[in-house]
Design a protein around this ligand. Structure first.
Ligand code: ADP
Length: 526
């Protein structure tokens, strides 16, 4: 009796405390398990249980050949509300964890056989809790616990659930990926400058734009060197202003950068400096956007407005001068031989004005997708010959025709006439010294092709890619030749609407060869 009492006293001593799990462990009917009455438990088991129950760290124990289970209050939340708890206490491992037994049993066996502890971080081990199979992440280590006889008695699991951390990490990662995708899709450069060291990191696009390489931090000086000289100081000043104590930290500046090959790019940098408690800047980051196209379009638009005003003003001035003279003549000398001349002049200026306004209206139509086609069958060669006669009434240009003498096509007569007027008009306008213009018309089984070759001033190869853009004028600054820079844009839209192609080959000083081809059949969608 005395022995029994002291054994009882000693086991209950080890099972003291431990909150809810301590109580459940003490109350549990252990005789119904293979471990039997706690009186007979080994010192090793009791010590381990004592450690588990009195630890605030989540712990779990499998003991004996049947891997009977113990766990503490800290572990208990991992079992959820309506799941394994409290059944898991005293239960055999296999019965408790059927869903993950194939994963964990080999780990347990390995630890028991080799004595080597394991360590797993943020492992996904789905468990049944809260009435469903949940994806649960764990960081855990298994280690062997010896029994009193020098044999492995069980496996102690010290673990912590990291589901919350993994989810936060995943959502941060997902947000980062989304942001990277957006940055990539929007073709943005990104930068993050350390306001103390004046070194920064940038994404690949930014480094490519600035001609910088390497993964390390980059000296701001190296980036500034890629900015064209006339903009450099302005950018440095904008950075200094954003980083100034007491400033709002905003940074927005447009400047031009040039890579080592001499290609330039207009960029808009936008950023914000953040200040810490003592008012000093501690972070300065932002984005860089390639605004070359917008900027050039804007410049072309501004330029266009001044060119258009000028182009409209010239015939209006001349028209009103002719009308004033005519008014005078009507009063003083109505039968004067000058009358028809001034009427002619006025009429010419009026038709110039009508053409200019037509071009402007055409651009509006194109932009609104309202350039309607009126398809008919007609002879393209006839159209071109008529057009040349009309455009060259005094025969001071020599048109040389080559290729087909008749070519029936389906197209919009008026629109193709408009293209020809533009192309022949340009050939004349840009060949002030050379009077020969060669027009070749030919076809294959699918397309009709027309080329208009002049021997005039030619076009700088750098300008060729933009020639068919809206408002584009090569000589706009010099105003050597009049024009709105709309003719080729309108022509290319008309040819595109006919499912055709338009292009040019040109050499400065030698002349230009503009060509277009359109399908012979009438499959154009109207
Ligand atoms: P514009 O009203 O200025 O002539 P276009 O759209 O017809 O406008 O032409 C755009 C630019 O292309 C012109 O400003 C001119 O510099 C160039 N260009 C067009 N045709 C020729 C040509 N035959 N030879 C040389 N340059 C040309």
């Amino acid at each position: 009796m005395t022995t029994n009492n002291s054994a009882k006293a000693s086991y209950s001593y080890y099972l003291q405390g431990g909150g809810e799990m301590g109580q459940l462990t003490r109350d549990f009917d252990w005789e119904g398990t293979s471990l039997g009455n706690p009186e007979g438990w080994s010192q090793s088991l009791l010590t381990t249980i004592n450690i588990i129950l009195n630890s605030k760290f989540p712990m779990f124990l499998w003991w004996g050949p049947e891997l009977i289970q113990f766990y503490n209050d800290a572990y208990r939340p991992s079992l959820g509300q309506n799941g394994k708890h409290p059944k898991a206490l005293g239960q055999r491992g296999l019965e408790c964890w059927p869903e993950i037994w194939p994963v964990i049993k080999p780990l347990i066996d390995h630890v028991l056989e080799t004595g080597e502890p394991t360590w797993s971080e943020n492992q996904l081990i789905p468990i049944y809790r809260n009435n469903k199979l949940e994806d649960v992440y764990w960081t855990f280590g298994y280690s062997k616990v010896m029994n009193g006889t020098g044999e492995p008695g069980g496996v102690l699991v010290v673990c912590t659930e990291t589901t919350g951390q993994v989810h936060s990490y995943n959502s941060v990662q997902a947000a980062k990926n989304e942001l990277e995708f957006a940055v990539e899709a929007a073709d943005l450069g990104t930068w993050d400058l350390n306001p103390v060291t004046y070194k920064f990191i940038g994404n690949n696009r930014l480094k490519q734009w600035f001609g910088l390489d390497g993964d390390e931090e980059i000296d701001l000086e190296n980036a500034l060197a890629a900015i064209v000289e006339e903009d450099r100081e302005r950018v440095s000043a904008a950075i200094a202003k954003a980083l100034e104590k007491g400033s709002d930290g905003n940074y927005n500046v447009i400047y031009t950068i040039q890579d080592k090959q001499g290609n330039s790019r207009i960029v808009e940098a936008t950023g914000r400096a953040k200040f810490d408690a003592n008012g000093n800047p501690h972070q300065f980051s932002g984005i860089l956007q390639d605004v070359t196209e917008e900027y050039q379009l804007q410049m072309r638009k501004d330029e266009f407005i001044s060119v258009a005003s000028h182009e409209l003003k010239t015939p209006i001035t001349s028209l009103s001068a002719s009308i004033q003279i005519l008014q005078k003549l009507v009063k003083t000398d109505p039968g004067s031989e000058k009358v028809p001349m001034f009427v002619n002049k006025a009429s010419n200026n009026l038709s110039k004005l009508t053409h200019l306004l037509d071009d402007l209206l055409n651009v509006t139509k194109i932009q609104q997708g309202q350039l309607a086609l009126n398809i008919n069958r007609f002879d393209l060669v006839d159209l071109i010959r008529d057009c040349c006669e009309h455009i060259n009434p005094v025969n001071d240009y020599e048109f040389v025709f080559m290729g087909d003498e008749e070519l029936m096509i389906y197209a919009d007569y008026r629109r193709i006439d408009q293209v020809m007027i533009n192309l022949i008009g340009n050939a004349i306008k840009y060949s002030p010294q050379k009077k020969r213009i060669e027009i070749t018309i030919f076809h294959d089984d699918k397309n009709a092709t027309v080329s208009i070759r002049d021997f005039g001033i030619g076009i700088n190869p750098q300008k060729l890619p933009h020639l068919f853009d809206r408002y584009y004028r090569v000589d706009a600054f010099g105003h050597q030749f009049s024009g709105l820079g709309l003719g080729l844009y309108i022509s290319s839209e008309i040819i595109n609407r006919h499912n055709g192609k338009i292009g040019v080959d040109s050499e400065v000083g030698t002349g230009s060869n503009f060509w277009f081809s359109i399908p012979l059949d009438d499959t154009i969608e109207l």
